[in-house]
Design a protein around this ligand. Structure first.
Ligand SMILES: Cc1cc2nc3c(=O)[nH]c(=O)nc-3n(C[C@H](O)[C@H](O)[C@H](O)COP(=O)(O)O)c2cc1C
Length: 371
């Protein structure tokens, strides 16, 4: 159990990773129904929040029964991040704020944002301090980061210490650099290093595909808890497995295709409730291959499900599945979602020349959320 505040208690010590375009109110509900822990929103751009951009205001929606409400902020300007956190506190928009310093997407790092930002250590510390000060003890602030820009430019050690000094409640570390993107295997050794170095809890992240991987990460690194990203794509029931594993039980969810189809239908309906049937079903399409991974589904039906346009059409196509298939054991422990990686990181010119420059990188404060 990890206690961040009276309202934010993470028990079991399992966190749904923020994933842009995935961990919206609909997917979080599906995951929450399977287990306890903390379920983080997709990344919200601090500037868009402060400007009350309509899309962003929709993205920060929580269900009435969703507690704690956990919101991830992205920002590169201490003043804007401060204003966003103040707004969250004053308008009672969330119970927890996580700061994103791990985004490896070229459009973000090219401007000095995301995983590139902690290299500018003084700016990083200023952002984290501004967030903690604006939270003023009303909501815990946490930080999520990668190992660094690349193996020659690691930042996690110093950034974690500075974040701790600034007053964050915990640090989550993904065992990859920005250059690694999602390729290769996550390096868990730095997670162990931080767990030994910091006084605050450290969460480990990277390549937890099954509940037993989570137990292994805790055992091998001494981290206080785990953050689960791609492993739960197309299988929100992984959180039931994680709850069982942390309770010392061996039972695991292995739903057959009939149950998976019912979850798909529910996921689509929740998305439709959130943003309307048209947009909701468009959002749903990306989940289809993850749900169907390993099941025997003809290529034509698979393709038809991946372009489904409405709930009635979805019902019709799900009705054509041969639903008496058992869970395909061969997909257990296998990566899902993004796995590409290993490329030079796009950075602003001269970015690596100085770590002390506190200037806000021009154009890195995205106007829009998600992505
Ligand atoms: C589609 C997708 C979207 C993501 N969006 C975010 C995000 O908004 N904020 C963030 O901090 N990390 C984001 N991540 C990174 C994950 O939170 C996590 O750190 C990463 O996937 C590694 O964990 P895993 O190996 O369990 O997937 C995203 C990852 C994926 C696959």
């Amino acid at each position: 159990m990890i206690r961040l505040s009276a309202k934010v208690i993470i028990d079991p010590p399992v966190v749904l990773a923020p994933m842009a375009g995935i961990t919206n109110v609909a997917f979080r509900r599906l995951c929450r129904e399977h287990g306890a822990g903390l379920y983080v929103s997709e990344m919200i751009t601090s500037r868009a929040l402060v400007e009350r951009n309509p899309k962003t205001m929709r993205l920060i929606r929580f269900d009435p029964d969703e507690r704690p409400r956990s919101l991830q902020l992205y920002g590169v300007d201490p003043d804007v991040v401060s204003a966003a956190v103040r707004m969250i506190v004053e308008d009672d928009l969330a119970d927890h704020v996580d700061l994103n310093f791990g985004c490896p997407v070229p459009k973000v790092t090219r401007k000095g944002g995301g995983a590139a930002l902690p290299w500018r250590m003084a700016l990083f510390a200023a952002i984290v301090r501004a967030a903690v000060r604006a939270a003023d003890g009303a909501v815990p602030v946490t930080v999520k980061m990668r190992l660094g820009v690349d193996r020659q430019h690691l930042t996690y050690r110093e950034a974690a210490l500075r974040a701790q000094d600034a007053g964050v409640a915990l640090v989550a570390l993904h065992g990859r650099t920005a250059a690694d993107f999602y390729g290769g295997e996550a390096d868990w050794a730095p997670i162990a290093e931080l767990a030994g170095l910091l006084d605050i809890p450290v969460l480990g992240n990277g390549d937890i595909w099954e509940a037993d991987d989570a137990l292994r990460m805790v055992r091998e690194t001494g981290c206080a808890g785990v953050v689960i990203g791609r492993g739960c794509l197309g299988r929100p029931w992984l959180f039931a497995d994680l709850a069982a594993a942390f309770a010392g039980r061996d039972d695991r969810c292995l739903p057959g295709l009939g149950e998976v189809a019912a979850t798909m239908r529910r996921h689509a309906a929740l998305l439709a409730d959130w943003v309307g049937e048209d947009t909701g079903l468009r959002e749903f399409r990306k989940h289809v291959p993850w749900y169907l991974k390993g099941f025997g589904v003809g290529s034509e039906l698979r393709a038809a499900l991946a372009i489904v346009g409405g709930l009635a059409e979805l019902d019709d196509r799900l009705g054509k599945l041969e639903v008496d298939q058992p869970f395909p054991y061969e997909v257990l422990g296998r990566p899902r979602g993004r796995t590409g990686g290993g490329r030079p990181v796009a950075l602003p010119e001269g970015w690596l020349a100085s770590q002390d420059d506190c200037g806000v990188p021009h154009g890195a404060e995205l106007a829009d959320s998600g992505g």
